[in-house]
Design a protein around this ligand. Structure first.
Ligand code: ADP
Ligand code: MG
Length: 277
């Protein structure tokens, strides 16, 4: 059984007066436990809507979303599904509920009524997991954007999720903050947490096992990064290839040849060096 399964899912937003807009159209796919998935697509393609369907915040208008085989429509499982799939959003300043960092991370476990010792243990674990332990008694306002997003991830981790959904969580960060957050996501994934990273940034996508690209509410690409980049469809979906691949493409026009689809800088450097000698 897949951890996440969508069966012919439509999602419609009601616009009032009987009008509606269909944001997701007949989506069917599954995600296995422990996968690192990039979910990409232009603005308005349906990414955030899909994310909210995965943690039961939205229910499908048609079809079904199953988490570990249980439909998000099953009212008895709403709480469990929200716990399983934790979300971090775009704006680092909108996600803090407390001034002091450890209080912020404790908010989730306190809210579900866990005993004091358990809360302390979870806050401890979560702050260490995002490398923010040394900041625990500081105020959030003094942190960088990347650090704030790491605290937001800690807040989700304190609920012990099995799926971490990052909805453009790096889009307001500088390159350093971006790298910090992606580094943490990768580490958590290696520890077994399924990661769904929503992004426009195809450099982040090279870290993932799989890229799903939405176009107008449908799946346009669903492939490992190398195949997705080689498909020629990335640009047609309004996205840009990572700079390393763009450089490789330009070098090919200048007569360089590469055996395999280039994904990382060191692969490109190695290929170029070989041909210069
Ligand atoms: P993305 O996250 O990829 O930018 P969204 O999931 O936010 O896309 O939006 C998908 C589509 O649904 C868009 O056409 C958007 O305008 C529409 N939409 C999103 N939220 C609402 C809403 N609350 N009410 C009406 N339409 C919405
Ligand atoms: Mg969005």
């Amino acid at each position: 059984m897949s951890q996440i399964e969508l069966k012919s899912v439509d999602y419609c937003y009601s616009l009032g007066e009987g009008r509606s807009i269909k944001a997701l159209k007949n989506l069917s796919f599954s995600i296995e436990k422990g996968q690192f998935v990039t979910l990409a697509g232009m603005n308005g393609s349906g990414k955030s809507t899909l994310a909210k369907l995965l943690n039961g915040l939205f229910l499908p208008s048609l079809g079904e979303v199953l988490i570990d085989g249980v439909s998000t429509k099953d009212e008895n499982s709403t709480f469990e599904i929200r716990r399983k799939a934790g979300m971090v959003f775009q704006n680092p300043d909108n996600q803090m509920v407390a001034t002091i960092i450890e209080d912020d991370v404790a908010f989730g476990p306190e809210n579900i009524g866990l005993p004091r010792e358990e809360i302390i243990e979870r806050v401890d674990y979560a702050l260490k997991a995002v490398d923010m332990d040394e900041f625990r008694t500081r105020t959030a306002s003094k942190l960088s954007g990347g650090q704030k997003q790491r605290v937001a991830i800690a807040g989700v981790l304190a609920i012990r999720p099995e799926i971490l959904i990052l909805d453009e969580a790096t889009s307001m960060l500088d390159p350093k903050g971006r790298r910090e957050v992606m580094g943490i996501a990768k580490k958590l994934n290696e520890q077994g947490i399924t990661v769904i990273n929503i992004t426009h940034n195809m450099e982040e996508a090279v870290l993932s096992d799989r890229i799903i690209v939405l176009r107008k509410g449908r799946i346009a690409i669903d492939a490992p990064p190398k195949d997705a980049f080689a498909s020629g469809l990335i640009e047609a979906c309004g996205l840009s290839l990572p700079p390393v691949l763009q450089l490789a493409e330009n070098l090919k026009k200048d007569g360089f040849e590469f055996d395999n689809q280039i994904l990382f800088e060191d692969e490109l450097a190695e290929g170029v060096c070989r041909q210069l000698n």
